[in-house]
Write a protein that binds this ligand. Structure first.
Ligand code: FES
Length: 108
């Protein structure tokens, strides 16, 4: 059972940027919009030392952490080689120009 919540309009997220969905007592979620308008949602905490991935640089379907530059694939939520690590992923979709998120993590 999915629990979709409308977050914002797609055009409210900058291209190659993100929007943070704050959560009480849980890790925030970063919703990324890629140049091709695909959206991905990851926990906003780098697996290396907790950097805010929402402030990273998006290129293609990956994001570089702003702290030490680790690259993570947005689709898989995994660090790209040679780094290792993974980050929680969340279901996100675009319906009629609105971004909808389910805050239940996708099983790794
Ligand atoms: S905290 Fe992200 S690369 Fe170090």
């Amino acid at each position: 059972m999915m629990h979709w919540q409308a977050i914002c309009r797609l055009d409210e997220i900058p291209l190659r940027g993100s929007r943070v969905v704050k959560r009480e007592g849980e890790v925030d979620i970063a919703v990324f919009r890629c140049a091709d308008d695909r959206v991905f949602a990851l926990a906003d905490r780098c697996p290396h030392k907790g950097g805010p991935l929402s402030q990273g640089i998006v290129s293609g379907h990956k994001v570089s952490c702003p702290l030490h530059g680790m690259q993570l694939g947005l689709e898989e939520g995994r660090a790209l080689e040679p780094d290792e690590g993974c980050v929680g992923r969340f279901p996100v979709r675009v319906v009629d120009g609105r971004v909808e998120l389910d805050t239940t993590p996708i099983a790794p």
